[in-house]
Design a protein around this ligand. Structure first.
Ligand code: PMP
Ligand code: GLN
Length: 396
Protein backbone atom coordinates (compact mmCIF):
# COMPACT_ATOMS: atom_id res chain seq x y z
CA UNK A 1 0.00 0.00 0.00
CA UNK A 2 1.28 3.45 -0.80
CA UNK A 3 1.18 6.07 1.88
CA UNK A 4 -1.23 8.95 1.36
CA UNK A 5 0.70 12.09 0.42
CA UNK A 6 1.07 14.19 3.52
CA UNK A 7 2.70 17.55 4.19
CA UNK A 8 5.81 17.43 6.36
CA UNK A 9 5.34 18.15 10.05
CA UNK A 10 7.50 21.28 9.53
CA UNK A 11 4.99 22.82 7.12
CA UNK A 12 1.75 21.43 8.53
CA UNK A 13 -0.64 24.29 9.14
CA UNK A 14 0.77 26.67 6.53
CA UNK A 15 -1.68 25.86 3.69
CA UNK A 16 -2.14 28.52 1.01
CA UNK A 17 -0.96 32.06 1.72
CA UNK A 18 -3.63 34.61 2.53
CA UNK A 19 -2.42 36.70 -0.44
CA UNK A 20 -3.15 33.96 -2.98
CA UNK A 21 -6.45 33.21 -1.25
CA UNK A 22 -7.60 36.82 -1.24
CA UNK A 23 -6.54 37.49 -4.86
CA UNK A 24 -8.50 34.38 -5.90
CA UNK A 25 -11.49 35.72 -3.95
CA UNK A 26 -11.22 39.04 -5.81
CA UNK A 27 -11.08 37.24 -9.15
CA UNK A 28 -14.02 35.00 -8.30
CA UNK A 29 -16.25 37.83 -7.10
CA UNK A 30 -15.10 40.69 -9.32
CA UNK A 31 -14.42 42.79 -6.18
CA UNK A 32 -11.71 45.49 -6.23
CA UNK A 33 -8.51 43.87 -4.99
CA UNK A 34 -6.82 45.95 -2.27
CA UNK A 35 -5.64 42.71 -0.62
CA UNK A 36 -2.39 41.30 -1.99
CA UNK A 37 0.34 43.95 -2.11
CA UNK A 38 1.27 44.67 -5.70
CA UNK A 39 1.03 47.79 -7.86
CA UNK A 40 -1.41 47.89 -10.79
CA UNK A 41 0.93 49.89 -13.02
CA UNK A 42 4.38 49.11 -14.42
CA UNK A 43 7.56 50.70 -13.16
CA UNK A 44 9.92 53.04 -15.09
CA UNK A 45 10.04 52.51 -18.87
CA UNK A 46 13.85 52.70 -18.97
CA UNK A 47 14.05 49.77 -16.56
CA UNK A 48 11.59 47.71 -18.64
CA UNK A 49 13.54 48.67 -21.80
CA UNK A 50 16.79 47.53 -20.18
CA UNK A 51 15.23 44.10 -19.50
CA UNK A 52 14.09 43.78 -23.11
CA UNK A 53 17.52 44.89 -24.36
CA UNK A 54 19.23 42.34 -22.08
CA UNK A 55 17.08 39.53 -23.50
CA UNK A 56 17.75 40.70 -27.07
CA UNK A 57 21.48 40.99 -26.31
CA UNK A 58 21.60 37.32 -25.32
CA UNK A 59 22.02 37.81 -21.55
CA UNK A 60 19.91 34.70 -21.11
CA UNK A 61 22.13 32.06 -19.53
CA UNK A 62 22.85 31.45 -15.84
CA UNK A 63 24.25 34.57 -14.19
CA UNK A 64 27.12 34.07 -11.69
CA UNK A 65 26.05 32.56 -8.33
CA UNK A 66 26.36 35.82 -6.34
CA UNK A 67 24.69 37.86 -9.11
CA UNK A 68 26.07 39.84 -12.07
CA UNK A 69 28.88 42.26 -11.09
CA UNK A 70 26.99 45.28 -12.52
CA UNK A 71 24.05 44.64 -10.19
CA UNK A 72 26.20 43.95 -7.13
CA UNK A 73 28.02 47.25 -7.77
CA UNK A 74 24.70 49.06 -8.25
CA UNK A 75 23.32 47.64 -4.97
CA UNK A 76 26.49 48.69 -3.09
CA UNK A 77 26.28 52.20 -4.60
CA UNK A 78 22.57 52.46 -3.78
CA UNK A 79 23.17 51.47 -0.14
CA UNK A 80 25.95 54.09 0.16
CA UNK A 81 23.94 56.79 -1.64
CA UNK A 82 20.75 56.48 0.41
CA UNK A 83 21.79 54.97 3.74
CA UNK A 84 25.53 55.63 4.04
CA UNK A 85 26.23 51.89 4.22
CA UNK A 86 29.69 50.86 2.95
CA UNK A 87 29.81 47.47 1.22
CA UNK A 88 32.31 45.56 -0.88
CA UNK A 89 30.24 44.51 -3.92
CA UNK A 90 32.39 41.39 -4.42
CA UNK A 91 32.01 39.90 -0.96
CA UNK A 92 29.23 41.75 0.84
CA UNK A 93 26.36 41.70 -1.68
CA UNK A 94 24.42 38.60 -2.76
CA UNK A 95 21.68 38.72 -5.42
CA UNK A 96 18.70 36.47 -4.65
CA UNK A 97 15.32 35.38 -6.05
CA UNK A 98 13.45 38.24 -4.42
CA UNK A 99 13.61 39.21 -0.78
CA UNK A 100 11.74 35.98 -0.06
CA UNK A 101 14.70 33.80 -1.01
CA UNK A 102 17.13 36.09 0.83
CA UNK A 103 14.99 35.67 3.97
CA UNK A 104 14.58 31.88 3.69
CA UNK A 105 18.25 31.35 2.79
CA UNK A 106 19.32 33.49 5.78
CA UNK A 107 17.15 31.45 8.13
CA UNK A 108 18.14 28.08 6.66
CA UNK A 109 21.82 29.03 6.34
CA UNK A 110 22.21 30.49 9.83
CA UNK A 111 19.84 28.58 12.14
CA UNK A 112 20.19 25.12 13.61
CA UNK A 113 17.24 22.95 14.57
CA UNK A 114 15.69 24.28 17.75
CA UNK A 115 17.27 27.74 17.51
CA UNK A 116 15.09 30.63 18.53
CA UNK A 117 14.24 33.49 16.18
CA UNK A 118 12.69 36.67 17.57
CA UNK A 119 10.37 38.66 15.27
CA UNK A 120 7.81 41.42 15.73
CA UNK A 121 4.30 40.32 14.88
CA UNK A 122 2.10 40.58 12.94
CA UNK A 123 4.89 39.09 10.78
CA UNK A 124 5.00 39.06 6.99
CA UNK A 125 3.69 35.63 6.04
CA UNK A 126 6.90 34.03 4.77
CA UNK A 127 8.70 34.60 8.10
CA UNK A 128 6.93 31.92 10.13
CA UNK A 129 7.23 29.47 7.22
CA UNK A 130 10.92 30.31 6.67
CA UNK A 131 11.62 29.82 10.38
CA UNK A 132 9.77 26.47 10.27
CA UNK A 133 11.70 25.34 7.17
CA UNK A 134 14.91 26.15 9.02
CA UNK A 135 13.76 23.94 11.93
CA UNK A 136 13.90 26.97 14.22
CA UNK A 137 11.26 28.35 16.58
CA UNK A 138 9.54 31.74 16.32
CA UNK A 139 9.49 33.85 19.48
CA UNK A 140 7.07 36.68 18.68
CA UNK A 141 7.02 40.18 20.18
CA UNK A 142 3.59 41.72 19.62
CA UNK A 143 3.08 45.16 18.05
CA UNK A 144 -0.12 46.88 19.16
CA UNK A 145 -1.64 50.16 17.97
CA UNK A 146 -1.06 52.98 20.46
CA UNK A 147 -3.45 55.88 21.11
CA UNK A 148 -1.77 57.89 18.30
CA UNK A 149 -2.40 55.04 15.81
CA UNK A 150 1.28 54.03 15.67
CA UNK A 151 2.08 50.38 16.38
CA UNK A 152 4.52 49.85 19.27
CA UNK A 153 5.95 47.00 21.36
CA UNK A 154 6.55 46.74 25.09
CA UNK A 155 10.23 47.03 25.97
CA UNK A 156 9.74 44.33 28.60
CA UNK A 157 8.39 41.92 25.95
CA UNK A 158 11.49 42.45 23.81
CA UNK A 159 13.83 42.08 26.80
CA UNK A 160 12.08 38.83 27.75
CA UNK A 161 12.24 37.52 24.17
CA UNK A 162 15.93 38.16 23.36
CA UNK A 163 18.05 35.82 25.42
CA UNK A 164 21.49 34.23 25.11
CA UNK A 165 19.74 31.24 23.47
CA UNK A 166 18.37 33.49 20.70
CA UNK A 167 20.16 32.91 17.41
CA UNK A 168 18.59 35.55 15.25
CA UNK A 169 16.32 38.59 15.27
CA UNK A 170 14.22 39.18 12.19
CA UNK A 171 13.15 42.81 11.75
CA UNK A 172 11.04 44.40 9.03
CA UNK A 173 11.13 48.18 8.76
CA UNK A 174 9.08 49.80 7.27
CA UNK A 175 6.81 47.06 8.55
CA UNK A 176 4.26 45.03 6.63
CA UNK A 177 1.37 44.81 7.50
CA UNK A 178 1.24 47.57 10.17
CA UNK A 179 2.93 50.40 8.22
CA UNK A 180 5.17 51.04 11.22
CA UNK A 181 8.61 52.63 10.75
CA UNK A 182 10.91 51.69 13.64
CA UNK A 183 12.36 54.87 15.16
CA UNK A 184 15.89 55.61 16.37
CA UNK A 185 15.14 54.77 20.02
CA UNK A 186 13.52 51.46 19.12
CA UNK A 187 16.43 50.53 16.86
CA UNK A 188 18.93 51.51 19.57
CA UNK A 189 17.20 49.20 22.06
CA UNK A 190 17.08 46.33 19.56
CA UNK A 191 20.78 46.87 18.76
CA UNK A 192 21.75 46.97 22.42
CA UNK A 193 19.98 43.65 23.07
CA UNK A 194 21.44 41.99 19.93
CA UNK A 195 24.97 43.00 20.93
CA UNK A 196 24.50 42.01 24.59
CA UNK A 197 23.15 38.57 23.65
CA UNK A 198 25.34 37.98 20.58
CA UNK A 199 22.32 37.78 18.27
CA UNK A 200 22.47 38.05 14.46
CA UNK A 201 19.99 40.51 12.93
CA UNK A 202 18.27 39.97 9.58
CA UNK A 203 16.49 43.13 8.45
CA UNK A 204 13.91 43.20 5.67
CA UNK A 205 13.88 46.68 4.12
CA UNK A 206 11.82 46.08 0.97
CA UNK A 207 9.80 49.26 1.68
CA UNK A 208 12.93 51.40 2.29
CA UNK A 209 11.75 54.05 -0.20
CA UNK A 210 8.20 54.20 1.16
CA UNK A 211 8.62 56.19 4.36
CA UNK A 212 6.14 59.05 4.80
CA UNK A 213 6.47 60.01 8.47
CA UNK A 214 9.90 59.91 10.09
CA UNK A 215 12.93 58.51 8.27
CA UNK A 216 14.16 55.10 7.22
CA UNK A 217 17.03 54.10 9.49
CA UNK A 218 19.12 50.99 9.20
CA UNK A 219 19.63 48.69 12.18
CA UNK A 220 23.01 47.94 10.56
CA UNK A 221 24.05 51.56 11.25
CA UNK A 222 23.67 51.20 15.03
CA UNK A 223 26.81 50.70 17.15
CA UNK A 224 28.07 47.12 17.02
CA UNK A 225 25.51 46.06 14.41
CA UNK A 226 27.31 46.26 11.02
CA UNK A 227 29.24 43.09 11.77
CA UNK A 228 26.16 41.15 12.87
CA UNK A 229 23.46 42.32 10.43
CA UNK A 230 22.19 41.05 7.09
CA UNK A 231 20.15 43.71 5.28
CA UNK A 232 17.66 42.49 2.69
CA UNK A 233 15.75 44.32 -0.01
CA UNK A 234 14.28 43.78 -3.45
CA UNK A 235 13.45 45.45 -6.76
CA UNK A 236 9.83 44.34 -6.52
CA UNK A 237 8.47 47.25 -4.53
CA UNK A 238 10.80 50.12 -5.45
CA UNK A 239 10.55 49.56 -9.21
CA UNK A 240 7.01 48.14 -9.27
CA UNK A 241 8.09 44.92 -10.98
CA UNK A 242 7.05 42.43 -8.31
CA UNK A 243 7.02 39.53 -10.80
CA UNK A 244 10.74 39.83 -11.61
CA UNK A 245 11.83 38.53 -8.21
CA UNK A 246 15.22 40.19 -8.01
CA UNK A 247 16.35 40.73 -4.42
CA UNK A 248 19.55 41.05 -2.46
CA UNK A 249 21.18 40.42 0.89
CA UNK A 250 24.00 42.68 2.13
CA UNK A 251 26.32 42.19 5.07
CA UNK A 252 29.71 40.99 6.19
CA UNK A 253 31.20 38.17 4.09
CA UNK A 254 31.25 35.67 6.99
CA UNK A 255 27.49 36.10 7.46
CA UNK A 256 26.69 36.04 3.75
CA UNK A 257 28.60 32.82 3.05
CA UNK A 258 26.07 30.58 4.87
CA UNK A 259 23.24 32.46 3.14
CA UNK A 260 24.87 31.86 -0.27
CA UNK A 261 25.37 28.18 0.57
CA UNK A 262 21.65 27.77 1.28
CA UNK A 263 20.64 29.93 -1.70
CA UNK A 264 22.67 27.91 -4.19
CA UNK A 265 20.56 24.83 -3.48
CA UNK A 266 17.26 26.72 -3.49
CA UNK A 267 17.37 28.43 -6.91
CA UNK A 268 21.14 28.59 -7.58
CA UNK A 269 20.48 31.76 -9.63
CA UNK A 270 17.51 33.50 -11.27
CA UNK A 271 16.28 36.34 -13.48
CA UNK A 272 19.49 36.85 -15.53
CA UNK A 273 18.22 39.57 -17.89
CA UNK A 274 16.24 41.27 -15.13
CA UNK A 275 19.41 41.61 -13.06
CA UNK A 276 20.76 43.89 -15.81
CA UNK A 277 17.57 45.95 -15.76
CA UNK A 278 17.52 46.35 -11.97
CA UNK A 279 21.12 47.64 -12.12
CA UNK A 280 19.77 50.44 -14.36
CA UNK A 281 16.89 51.09 -11.95
CA UNK A 282 19.11 51.42 -8.90
CA UNK A 283 21.07 54.17 -10.67
CA UNK A 284 17.99 56.27 -11.54
CA UNK A 285 18.14 59.89 -10.39
CA UNK A 286 16.73 61.37 -7.20
CA UNK A 287 13.69 62.60 -9.14
CA UNK A 288 12.54 59.00 -9.64
CA UNK A 289 12.93 58.10 -5.96
CA UNK A 290 11.36 61.34 -4.72
CA UNK A 291 8.46 60.94 -7.17
CA UNK A 292 7.91 57.35 -6.06
CA UNK A 293 7.63 58.34 -2.39
CA UNK A 294 5.46 61.41 -3.08
CA UNK A 295 3.05 59.50 -5.33
CA UNK A 296 2.50 56.85 -2.69
CA UNK A 297 2.08 59.41 0.09
CA UNK A 298 -0.75 60.97 -1.94
CA UNK A 299 -2.28 57.51 -2.46
CA UNK A 300 -2.08 56.79 1.26
CA UNK A 301 -3.95 60.00 2.02
CA UNK A 302 -6.50 59.41 -0.74
CA UNK A 303 -7.47 55.93 0.47
CA UNK A 304 -7.15 57.00 4.12
CA UNK A 305 -9.75 59.74 3.67
CA UNK A 306 -12.27 57.17 2.38
CA UNK A 307 -11.44 54.67 5.13
CA UNK A 308 -12.13 57.35 7.73
CA UNK A 309 -15.34 58.44 6.02
CA UNK A 310 -16.47 54.82 5.93
CA UNK A 311 -16.12 54.84 9.72
CA UNK A 312 -13.08 52.60 10.24
CA UNK A 313 -10.52 53.40 12.96
CA UNK A 314 -7.55 54.36 10.77
CA UNK A 315 -4.06 53.55 12.06
CA UNK A 316 -0.95 55.53 11.10
CA UNK A 317 0.69 54.26 7.90
CA UNK A 318 4.14 55.76 8.47
CA UNK A 319 5.56 53.66 5.64
CA UNK A 320 4.94 50.73 3.20
CA UNK A 321 1.98 50.74 0.83
CA UNK A 322 -0.53 49.44 3.32
CA UNK A 323 -3.07 51.06 5.63
CA UNK A 324 -4.53 49.11 8.50
CA UNK A 325 -7.84 49.85 10.18
CA UNK A 326 -9.80 48.79 13.22
CA UNK A 327 -13.11 47.32 12.03
CA UNK A 328 -14.82 47.61 15.43
CA UNK A 329 -16.49 51.03 14.90
CA UNK A 330 -17.97 49.83 11.60
CA UNK A 331 -19.11 46.51 13.07
CA UNK A 332 -20.68 48.32 16.04
CA UNK A 333 -22.88 50.46 13.76
CA UNK A 334 -24.17 47.71 11.45
CA UNK A 335 -26.17 44.63 12.33
CA UNK A 336 -24.88 41.32 11.06
CA UNK A 337 -21.31 42.32 10.17
CA UNK A 338 -18.73 39.80 11.42
CA UNK A 339 -16.55 41.14 14.25
CA UNK A 340 -13.70 38.80 13.39
CA UNK A 341 -11.25 40.17 10.79
CA UNK A 342 -11.03 36.95 8.78
CA UNK A 343 -14.81 36.64 8.51
CA UNK A 344 -15.11 40.38 7.84
CA UNK A 345 -12.66 40.07 4.92
CA UNK A 346 -14.33 36.94 3.54
CA UNK A 347 -17.65 38.81 3.56
CA UNK A 348 -16.24 42.12 2.25
CA UNK A 349 -16.62 41.32 -1.50
CA UNK A 350 -20.33 40.88 -0.86
CA UNK A 351 -20.83 43.66 1.70
CA UNK A 352 -18.78 46.29 -0.16
CA UNK A 353 -17.28 44.82 -3.38
CA UNK A 354 -13.71 45.19 -2.05
CA UNK A 355 -11.01 42.73 -0.97
CA UNK A 356 -8.73 43.36 2.05
CA UNK A 357 -6.44 41.15 4.13
CA UNK A 358 -7.04 40.25 7.80
CA UNK A 359 -3.90 40.81 9.88
CA UNK A 360 -4.65 38.20 12.53
CA UNK A 361 -3.30 35.53 10.16
CA UNK A 362 0.14 37.11 10.66
CA UNK A 363 0.05 36.42 14.40
CA UNK A 364 1.29 33.32 16.17
CA UNK A 365 -1.67 33.52 18.52
CA UNK A 366 -4.82 34.06 16.38
CA UNK A 367 -6.49 35.89 19.27
CA UNK A 368 -4.27 38.87 18.43
CA UNK A 369 -5.24 41.43 15.81
CA UNK A 370 -8.72 39.98 15.26
CA UNK A 371 -10.18 43.46 14.67
CA UNK A 372 -7.50 44.75 12.29
CA UNK A 373 -7.52 44.46 8.50
CA UNK A 374 -5.12 45.76 5.82
CA UNK A 375 -5.74 47.61 2.55
CA UNK A 376 -3.09 48.09 -0.17
CA UNK A 377 -3.00 51.61 -1.64
CA UNK A 378 -0.41 50.96 -4.40
CA UNK A 379 -3.15 51.25 -7.00
CA UNK A 380 -4.25 53.77 -9.61
CA UNK A 381 -6.18 56.69 -8.15
CA UNK A 382 -9.35 55.65 -10.05
CA UNK A 383 -9.16 52.23 -8.40
CA UNK A 384 -8.68 53.72 -4.93
CA UNK A 385 -11.57 56.15 -5.50
CA UNK A 386 -13.87 53.38 -6.76
CA UNK A 387 -12.99 51.14 -3.80
CA UNK A 388 -13.27 54.06 -1.36
CA UNK A 389 -16.72 55.01 -2.67
CA UNK A 390 -17.92 51.42 -2.29
CA UNK A 391 -16.69 51.30 1.32
CA UNK A 392 -18.32 54.64 2.16
CA UNK A 393 -21.56 53.56 0.49
CA UNK A 394 -21.58 50.24 2.40
CA UNK A 395 -20.52 51.42 5.86
CA UNK A 396 -20.76 55.21 6.38
N1 PMP B 1 9.17 41.18 2.79
C1 PMP B 1 8.07 41.92 2.89
C2 PMP B 1 7.85 42.71 4.14
C3 PMP B 1 7.14 41.97 1.85
O1 PMP B 1 6.05 42.71 1.97
C4 PMP B 1 7.38 41.22 0.70
C5 PMP B 1 6.37 41.22 -0.42
N2 PMP B 1 6.77 42.07 -1.35
C6 PMP B 1 8.55 40.46 0.62
C7 PMP B 1 9.42 40.45 1.68
C8 PMP B 1 8.86 39.61 -0.58
O2 PMP B 1 9.58 40.32 -1.52
P1 PMP B 1 9.92 39.66 -2.93
O3 PMP B 1 8.70 39.73 -3.77
O4 PMP B 1 11.06 40.48 -3.42
O5 PMP B 1 10.32 38.24 -2.67
N1 GLN C 1 4.17 41.31 -0.12
C1 GLN C 1 2.84 41.26 -0.63
C2 GLN C 1 1.83 41.53 0.47
O1 GLN C 1 2.18 41.68 1.61
C3 GLN C 1 2.45 39.96 -1.28
C4 GLN C 1 3.50 39.05 -1.72
C5 GLN C 1 2.96 37.67 -1.94
O2 GLN C 1 1.87 37.51 -2.45
N2 GLN C 1 3.70 36.69 -1.54
O3 GLN C 1 0.67 41.58 0.19
Amino acid sequence: MTRAPQISAKLAGFGTTVFAEMSALAQRTGAINLGQGFPDTDGPAEVADAAIAAIRDGKNQYPPLPGIPELRAAVADHQARFWGQTLDPDTEVLITAGATEALSASLIGLCDTGDQVVAFEPTYDSYAAGIAMAGATLRPVVLRPDTDGIFRFDESDLRAAIRPSTRLLLLNTPHNPTGKVFDADELALIAELCVANDVIAVVDEVYEHLVFDGAHRQLASMPGMAERTITISSAGKTFSFTGWKVGWACGPAELLTPVRTAKQFMTFVNAGPFQHAVAVGLRLGDDFYEGYTATHLAKRDLLGSYLERAGFGLHAAQGTYFSTVDIEPVVARHDGLPADGVDFCLALPETAGVVAVPTQVFHDDPRHGTNIIRFCFAKQDETLIAAGERLVEAFA
